[in-house]
Each structure stands twice: as C-alpha cells, then as structure tokens.
Design a protein around this ligand. Structure first.
Ligand code: AMP
Length: 227
C-alpha cells in the first residue's frame, strides 16, 4: 500500500459516538498515511488485562459504560504519545472525550510545537449504533475489526489480514452498556464538536454509509489537512 508523504507530523482526531466506526477508519488511515492509531479504549483494555493500577481503577467504570477519570486517561495518552513511533503523526481514536481532556491535549501539543490538523466528527444516528456495536468483533491476533452483518472474513473463521483463527468480542458491547456509553457521549463528548469548530479545525462526515465510502471521504479530508 502506498504511504502519503508527510511534511509535518499530523495530529488527527476522530470524534463520534461508540460504534461510529472510529477504530475501523483509524486503522485504514493508519495504513494509508503511515500514521499511528492511538485508541485510549485499547490502551485502557491493555491496562485492565495487565492488571496495572490504572487498569484496576478503570475496569468497573468501563464495564458500566461510564468514562474513566480524566486523570488516568490523560496520563495513559501522554505516556503513549511520548513513544518514538508517534513522531510520524497520530490518529486519536476515542480521545479526547471531555473538555478537560481536550484542553490537556492542546497543552501537550503546544509544548511539543505541534497542532491539531483536523478533528473529524463521524456523524451517525443512535439507533444505528446499537446494531453496529452488538454485531462487532475483532481478530484476536491483529485486532482487525469485523461485523456479523457488515463485514465478515472472506474465508469463514479466518482473519483476512493475518490469517488468525481466533476472534473476540468486547465485554462492554452489550445493550445495557451501550445505552450508558451513548449517554456519556452526548453529555460529555458531543460538546467537543463545538470546541473544535471554535478552533477552526472541525470537519464533519456522514458515517451512516458503507465503510469504503466513509473511508474515501476521510482520505480526502485528511489529504487536504495534512500538509
Ligand atoms: P472505546 O474503546 O473508545 O469505546 O472505549 C471503551 C471504554 O473505555 C469507554 O466506554 C470508557 O469507559 C473508556 N474510555 C476510552 N477512552 C476514554 C477517554 N478518552 N476518556 C474516558 N474514558 C475512556
């Protein structure tokens, strides 16, 4: 796959409710533009699995579909962004989710002489979210995302990307938790759309269509905002 030339390391934010396709699209952009996807959800799930102090504090909150404290999430994100691979540029998936996090990110980027290229809002209807989330699963080997209805492996039971034969579903992808996650999104994260509009970096995309159509729309937006 060809990788676009980057003149300055880009910082892209994908905003959108759970199930909007942020992870799927971030992975496609990662391949296309040679950027690094940073998902605070993935980082937190790793912390939970490793049993770290942050993971122990986050576990019950995540299972309830609430937001983990800003302090924990900001610390995790800051540590990850300090790693050398992030110098290529990053796609933030699931961060920031509160105004406090957005302000912390602004401070972190300013201290590194970086800025946000674009905050892209993936716009979808709540009813669609429940269908998307309840059918999704990932490859246990490489994390490639699949869906019972919308994206099944070409060869049944085998990952298209790495050939692995085990798949997993997230503990919080169930109807009750999804309702709390959507509520948290509307109350705490949706105001960031106005926040980034005020900074002049907001882009919007209709994320109700087919994965490939949304991907090409995002590629266009990212290409326009990268250099
Ligand atoms: P995600 O994988 O992005 O859907 O996140 C899964 C869960 O991790 C969320 O429901 C939250 O409990 C937690 N989480 C992930 N990112 C954040 C964040 N930026 N702020 C607070 N909680 C988060």
């Amino acid at each position: 796959m060809d990788v676009a030339t980057i003149t300055t390391p880009a910082v892209l934010i994908l905003l959108g409710p759970p199930g909007a396709g942020k992870g799927t699209q971030a992975r496609m952009l990662e391949d296309k533009f040679g950027l690094v996807q940073l998902s605070t959800g993935d980082l937190l799930r790793e912390a939970v699995a490793a049993g770290t102090e942050a993971g122990l504090a986050a576990k019950a909150v995540m299972e309830a579909g609430d937001l983990v404290s800003d302090e924990i999430v900001i610390a995790i994100l800051r540590d990850r962004m300090a790693q050398s691979d992030c110098a290529k540029g990053v796609i933030l998936d699931g961060f920031p989710r509160t105004t406090v996090q957005a302000e912390a990110l602004d401070g972190l980027l300013a201290s590194n002489g970086q800025k946000i290229n674009a905050a892209i809002s993936l716009e979808v209807e709540d009813a669609e979210m429940v269908i998307r989330i309840s059918g999704r699963y990932t490859c246990a080997g490489c994390g490639e995302g699949y869906h019972d209805q919308f994206k099944i492996p070409a060869e049944e039971g085998k990952c298209d990307k790495c050939g692995h034969t085990e798949f997993k579903r997230r503990a919080d992808d169930n109807a009750e938790t999804v309702a709390s996650r959507l509520q948290a999104y509307h109350a705490q994260t949706a105001p960031l759309i106005t926040y980034y509009d005020g900074q002049g970096v907001l882009k919007r995309t209709n994320a109700m269509g087919k994965i490939e159509h949304i991907a090409s729309d995002l590629e266009r937006i990212v290409s326009e905002t990268m250099n």
